[in-house]
Design a protein around this ligand. Structure first.
Ligand code: FAD
Length: 441
């Protein structure tokens, strides 16, 4: 069947094998020549694509919730959405969550996903207590910070290349209310926007939307948002019900021109001015604060049949301002506006392939149009020169040399891979493109 991840590019012919038990997973691994685990396919690109895929969403049992200690153990195909529906009524929340709840626990660990609180609370892997890994040689390893610590660190962010995560135990954060107290502050340019991230560094959640179609003195104009969990009874007495927002669905692939650059320019201005007028604190629920895009089930179809590319990079703090400025200038001069631009501040990374480093990360959604690959190459040069890197979970096209320069600990990862996967059984289209297979580098 034809398979693609969230951005619908690339699409590949692949065979998907499901499993419901550890034994079934083992026999799939034993029989496969080359294969790669895949969760809910919410990555953008080819990190979970290949001719043979081990599909995990059928492996989704909640193993144990300890409501006193706030720990949860589940099988790796469990979705964050499923987890939230169980933990919220007990007064717990995920300590780190990305911008969608439709991903699996295995996908969250393998990409070491980050949320709006990375500057304070790190990535998902920091909150994993232990995990069980089925190695390509058929062994089941218990991994934690004390047991097989080197493997544990590398599996967090390891893009499914060291083994199939069977299950994991994570620590949860206490929650008193399903509401978030948030404030949006307009910023006229990049300096103001970055200044706000610094001033609100102690806020739990910070993020900014950027209008990439502005140039000159409004270059980097945006809306900065910060938020905190409400205390019990602060916003409503409705208690801890999982706020399941209504899910809408698009019936078909919309033609690409549904989002023309002119339309986006008009949208950006309207959005900026409307949001700028709301200056006080507002209350939103967890679903609308963390997962606004989940309201439309298949919003990815808005980009049309050819799909789109998400370009997400991080630049070290010392170079972030210069780099962001150059990136925005390139976007303007190429006349290729991204349809979405989200800026976050990151703290340090942990695993050898983890994306994070101190500095700013910008995620840009580009529709697939002629010239987009040339623009991204120009952006690559800026990111590379200034010591940044591209997020593997959002990559469909990075070149090998850029990867090896951006991820200086990749050699350490590859050494470990040689030990755990001497036959190079676990490989994706991405790992082959980047030379993340032994004998290739
Ligand atoms: C709307 C939207 C918003 C997003 N926002 C964010 C964000 O804010 N921050 C962020 O960091 N990411 C974000 N993402 C990206 C997403 O969180 C990651 O790509 C995540 O890894 C997807 O998980 P998945 O279950 O869909 O896995 P897939 O996309 O199928 O796979 C991702 C990787 O995990 C590996 N993998 C999956 N399951 C296993 C397993 N059991 N064992 C070993 N390896 C496994 C795969 O091999 C692959 O390398 C967003 C994605 C979308 C669509």
């Amino acid at each position: 069947m034809l398979v693609s991840n969230w951005n619908n590019y690339p699409r590949v012919e692949a065979a998907l094998a499901d499993f419901r038990s550890q034994d079934e997973a083992l026999s799939i691994l034993e029989e496969a020549n080359k294969c790669i685990p895949r969760g809910l396919g919410r990555s953008y690109g080819d990190c979970s694509l290949g001719a043979d895929i081990i599909s995990t969403p059928g492996f989704k049992r909640l193993i144990h919730l300890d409501p006193q200690k706030g720990t949860l153990e589940c099988e790796s195909g469990t979705s964050l959405d499923q987890i939230l529906s169980v933990i919220i009524p007990h007064g717990w929340f995920l300590p780190v969550t990305p911008g969608t709840s439709r991903i699996t626990l295995g996908g969250a660990i393998s990409s070491d996903v980050h949320g709006k609180n990375h500057h304070l609370h790190g990535a998902f892997g920091r909150h994993v207590l232990d995990l069980r890994l089925l190695t390509p040689q058929g062994q089941v390893l218990e991994c934690s910070r004390n047991e097989n610590p080197e493997i544990f660190q590398a599996v967090c962010g390891g893009m499914g290349l060291l083994g199939l995560i069977l299950s994991a135990r994570i620590s949860l954060m206490p929650l008193e209310s399903v509401f978030i107290r948030q404030k949006t502050i307009p910023a006229a340019d990049l300096d103001q926007l970055m200044g706000l991230f610094e001033s609100y560094h102690q806020s739990t959640y910070t993020v900014a939307w950027m209008d990439c179609l502005k140039s000159g003195r409004n270059l980097g104009r945006g809306l900065f948002m910060h938020g905190e969990h409400c205390r019990a009874g602060e916003a409503s007495r409705r208690g801890l019900t999982h706020p399941d927002s209504k899910v809408l669905s698009l019936p078909f692939n919309l033609p690409f021109r549904a989002l023309s650059p002119l339309g986006i320019k008009a949208f950006n201005s309207l959005y900026f001015y409307r949001k700028s007028r709301r200056t006080g604190y507002q209350f939103s629920n967890i679903a609308s604060f963390f997962y606004p895009l989940d309201v439309i089930d298949n919003w990815n179809l808005l980009y049309g049949k050819k799909g789109f590319l998400q370009y997400q990079f991080v630049l070290p703090s010392r170079n972030s301002r210069e780099g962001l400025q150059k990136i925005l200038q390139h976007i303007n001069s190429f006349g290729q506006p991204p349809y979405l631009a989200v800026l976050k501040l990151l703290g340090p990374g942990e695993g050898p392939l983890s994306f994070a480093q101190y500095g700013y990360t910008l995620a840009l959604d580009f529709p697939m149009r002629p010239g987009v690959f040339s623009l991204l190459k120009a952006l690559d040069r800026v990111v590379q020169k200034l010591g940044g890197r591209i997020y593997l979970a959002k990559d469909a096209r990075m070149q090998k040399h850029m990867f090896w320069q951006g991820y200086p600990r990749a050699k350490e990862f590859l050494e470990l891979k040689k030990k755990l996967d001497p036959e190079n059984k676990l490989s994706s289209l991405q790992s082959r493109r980047l030379g993340l297979c032994q004998n290739q580098y």
